[in-house]
Design a protein around this ligand. Sequence first.
Ligand SMILES: [Zn+2]
Length: 314
Amino acid sequence: MKSTAYLWNEIYLQHETGPFHPEKPKRLSAINRVVKKADWYNDLLMVKPVLPELEHIESIHSKEYISRVKKTVEKGKKYLDSPDTAICEKSYEVALYAVGGALGVCDMVMKGEAKNGFCAVRPPGHHAEYDYAAGFCLFNNIAIAARYIQREYGVKKIAIVDWDVHHGNGTQHSFESDNSILFISLHQYPHYPGTGSKDETGKGKGEGFTLNIPMHAGSDDVDYMNAFKRLIIPALNKFEPEVILISAGFDGHFSDPLSSIDLSTDAYYEFTKLIMDTACKHSQERIIAFLEGGYNLTALADSVEKVIGALSGY
Ligand SMILES: [Zn+2]
């Protein structure tokens, strides 16, 4: 039986955001501490990140933006584009390694070396736009990965399920005119970043390939499972994706400081299992999850452990 690829590396701790920023290196340390204790840890395929070719990042971001990220970091600035997105002298390099590591996981899954994969990377990506940084995100890891899989492996249809508590504005905008990528986001609404109303359904030939599911503050496991069963799973079954990518944020957990959604730790296990059932039917089991948010360290680490456990078949 093939195993789950797990991307985690100390390089990702080097993106320092200051003592009061919620998106801090301790998030990844907490994850790895819990994951290492799991029964299935020794079955995971470890992934060593390498630097990516810039052309892959240029499929989603402008050259001007990529060079601006590099220059802003080199100038020793404390943030990029807005005070939300804190940076340090290593941030450009770490953000490159986040992309490079994630593309490595894509290779392992697409070549059949791994059954599926989890990318425990930072900085996160789903708020990053074509030409500006937002919401703690520098490069849009999952969007770059989706285009990479299409181009390198001749895959036509990819679905992205974004269960981070915030709307994945950058990912939506990358693909809203594209009918080859189905983007599904469920998120607290209204909330940061302000986009993600259910009326945003795609543009031009991408009309109908963006599915936003706004959730009221106070929504819980039952509300989310209803959304999965009534909307998300039917949409995936209709689209028949060849690969499913997940923007796995854990800031919808009831103990998270940045939201008012009331999900339990076990909810993330159930979401993963539901997506796995669909991936079994249409996608040769190919699922790659990318870490986005999640700011209560205990809830984050325990929830990631649930998702990797599910992906590993436990
Ligand atoms: Zn988030």
